[in-house]
Design a protein around this ligand. Structure first.
Ligand code: HEM
Length: 134
């Protein structure tokens, strides 16, 4: 035993364990399909083209889960609560956001333990983004 094989599960990041960029691409793409078809939520997104917003969320999640740090290279420190301050994130927006995320997570078909880790984080993060009562 001279070498510990690279890529054994203990050494892998969550990002790698769930399938790397492709998995996050699918997750966020599916999520934004939901946003595109939800007039109330869609109205919150300032840009006509959802593509750039999709890329920002994808790069953020990739970085958060241990993948490449492209998000911060391009956008700086995430400071997500501050970046959401211009938007009225109330209970209805929170619920809609999580509903579309739930559908997107379900479509990934992850192992139950990975799915739970990802989902718990998204629930926690969504709650922390609420900035408007009601
Ligand atoms: C709770 C409901 C949420 C709503 C209604 C919401 C809404 C929005 C809107 C309208 C934008 C601007 C779109 C853009 O131009 O990028 C945005 C950006 C973003 N959101 Fe959310 N968001 C929510 C939760 C979250 C959560 C939980 C996360 C992280 C897990 C997140 C991550 C991001 C990121 C990374 C950006 C782009 C920030 C930047 O670099 O400018 N959002 N969100």
């Amino acid at each position: 035993m001279t070498d510990i094989p690279r890529g054994s599960v203990e050494q892998q990041t969550f990002y790698e364990q769930v399938g790397g960029e492709e998995t996050f691409r699918r997750l966020v793409h599916r999520f934004y399909e939901g946003v595109a078809g939800d007039p109330d939520l869609r109205a919150m997104y300032p840009e006509e083209d959802l593509g750039p917003a999709e890329e920002r969320l994808r790069l953020f999640l990739i970085q958060y889960w241990g993948g490449p740090r492209t998000y911060s290279d391009e956008r700086g420190h995430p400071r997500l609560r501050m970046r959401h301050a211009p938007f009225q994130v109330d209970r209805a927006a929170h619920d809609a956001w999580l509903r579309h995320m739930r559908a997107a997570v379900d479509d990934l078909g992850l192992a139950p333990e990975h799915e739970r880790q990802l989902w718990d984080y998204l629930v926690y993060a969504a709650a922390s983004m609420v900035n408007t009562p009601g």
